[in-house]
Design a protein around this ligand. Structure first.
Ligand code: ADP
Ligand code: MG
Length: 333
């Protein structure tokens, strides 16, 4: 049984034609010429209760526009959206009870009041019973550590604190579905990890269905087994992350920091490494996972001298999409 149904969904924006530069901008103010931007183009998918979906695509792909149509903020140009049998933009209030939404780029909280007061406003808006509310605050404090800034106004919070507060706020009314639009953008690793653990926990304990848009492949790796990829409004892929990685994500990069000065990398190239760049004691190694693995590479460096640090960069989503264009899969959906 699917909790979210999207069928042939499209959204067009009619934008006034604008030429480059100041004069162009000025002309554009009076021009009636419109261009049509297809932000979302004929997208279909269904999501079952309890799934975590990674909704991926480069900048401008149409991710936020999709999320806005799913939450009822935007009306589709054509096609159908159904959330638990409701059409979001026709049943905004009823739909909101089923939804928690977080936009990483802007807060849903009141700017000038402490988050504790924002929360209690939400509590009244959603008529959340006291016991449920208290239980939630307790659980969120534990995993996200919000108590340290519980009485601080949003405008005084750091980005990471604000994002944690926003995440709590979106879940106070125990929604069945959570939309997260770039929830980890601009955050440091520690906060990112907190947020990922929190999403995982909520999904496990409450069977909350999650759609997550992100640029961070690590978010996806840690949270989603199914991904939907869009580019320029159109759907490129819907399926298991593993399959996508097997087909396109064969190239990885390792960053190694060493103490000794290595000059000769011939052996590494012979072992199947594709590209090596080094700046001082930092070395970037690009390799194809089909030929050599990270452990072998790090092992080789450890034999050459002291390795201070290393970091394996996974596949990059923009790169995967670029490769999808170069070598499209047949019947990939
Ligand atoms: N309100 C709007 N008016 C005109 N164009 C828009 C509007 N919102 C988004 N777009 C355009 O639609 C495309 C998709 O945008 P968006 O959904 O924000 O992409 P993403 O979230 O994947 O980065 C972009 O080209 C963007 O410029
Ligand atoms: Mg966006």
């Amino acid at each position: 049984m699917s909790i979210i149904k999207v069928k042939n969904l499209s959204k067009e924006f009619h934008i006034r034609k604008r030429e480059d530069g100041l004069v162009g901008a000025f002309k554009g103010m009076f021009s009636n010429e419109k261009i049509i931007k297809k932000a979302v183009n004929n997208i279909s998918f269904e999501i079952s209760k309890g799934e975590i979906i990674g909704y991926l695509g480069p900048n401008g792909a149409g991710k936020s526009t999709t999320i806005k149509m799913l939450s009822g903020i935007l009306v589709p140009s054509s096609g159908l959206v159904e959330i638990k049998g409701l059409i979001p933009y026709e049943n905004r209030i009823e739909n909101a009870r089923n939804l928690g939404v977080v936009f990483g780029q802007r807060t849903q909280l009141w700017w000038d009041i402490p988050i504790s007061e924002s929360f209690s406003l939400l509590r009244h808006m959603y008529k959340i019973p006291t016991t449920k509310y208290k239980k939630n605050i307790e659980m969120f404090s534990e995993i996200l550590g919000i108590s340290e800034f519980y009485n601080v106004a949003v405008r005084q919070l750091s980005l990471g604190q604000r994002m944690r507060a926003d995440l709590c706020a979106s879940l106070l009314h125990n929604p069945e579905i959570l939309f997260l639009d770039e929830p980890t953008i601009g955050l440091d690793v520690v906060v990112k990890e907190k947020i990922r653990n929190f999403i995982k926990e909520i999904n496990k304990s409450r069977k909350t269905t999650v759609i997550l848009t992100t640029h961070d492949m690590e978010d996806i790796e840690k949270l989603a087994s199914r991904v939907i990829v869009i580019d320029q409004g159109s759907m490129m892929y819907d399926g298991k992350l593993d399959r996508l990685k097997n087909i396109y994500g064969t190239e990885e990069v390792i960053e190694v920091e060493i103490e000794s000065n290595i000059k000769n990398f011939d052996k590494l190239y012979k072992m199947g490494v594709k590209e090596i760049n080094h700046k001082k004691n930092k070395i970037l190694i690009k390799y194809n996972k089909e030929y050599i693995n990270s452990a072998t590479i790090i092992g080789w460096f450890m034999k050459q001298g002291k390795v201070n640090d290393f970091l394996v960069h996974g596949i990059n989503i923009d790169e995967v999409i670029r490769k999808m264009y170069e070598k499209p899969m047949k019947n990939f959906m």
